[in-house]
Design a protein around this ligand. Structure first.
Ligand SMILES: [Zn+2]
Length: 176
């Protein structure tokens, strides 16, 4: 005879979130990706530092916890975010997750930019994102793609980033 099933254990609770961002490229702007300044002819244009990667990751985190999006939390009409370091947004989103009882399991992201090559910066970007989110570097995946010379990305008019985040219940939420 089989033992009775255990019914009191809650299954682990997971959520995923997806994020996307794009900004125009222009001369005379810094190129900041994942909080790291990258040597380039063109930089991303935006109200803040226009860090596509941190913006996509921030939206993925907020989406996983169904807590709105980056534009609601940090409106680009607000002068306090003029030229802002986007690690502030990512850090705040991570704190929101924590306050709702979630922890980040992993982040994976793709940056789509024609130039320059991001590979030399990949490890430092991964480490920086891990330190902003207070997770291990091994939990941060990062790939770079080009636009293959066509379209707005391929002709260096813009760059894009996509991100997914997995979160898990860490315990009792401080907020409901
Ligand atoms: Zn953005």
């Amino acid at each position: 005879m089989n033992p009775p099933p255990i019914v009191s254990l809650e299954p682990p609770e997971f959520r995923t979130g997806v994020g996307y961002d794009a900004h125009r490229l222009a001369t005379g702007r810094k190129l900041v990706i994942g909080g790291i300044e990258i040597a380039a002819d063109k930089g991303l244009v935006g109200h803040s530092d226009a860090d596509i990667l941190l913006h996509a990751i921030t939206d993925a985190m907020l989406g996983a916890a169904a807590q709105g999006d980056i534009g609601e939390l940090f409106p680009n009409s607000d002068p306090q975010w003029q030229g802002a370091d986007s690690s502030i947004f990512a850090r705040q989103a991570a704190e929101i997750l924590e306050s709702y009882g979630w922890r980040i399991v992993n982040v994976d992201a793709v940056v789509v930019i024609e130039r320059p090559k991001l590979l030399p910066y990949r490890e430092v970007i991964r480490e920086n994102i891990a330190s902003i989110l207070k997770i291990r570097t091994s939990a941060v995946g990062l790939k770079a793609k080009t636009g293959e010379g066509v379209g707005p990305v391929g002709t260096e008019q813009m760059a894009e980033a996509h991100a997914v985040v997995l979160i898990a219940r860490s315990g009792q939420p401080k907020l409901m």
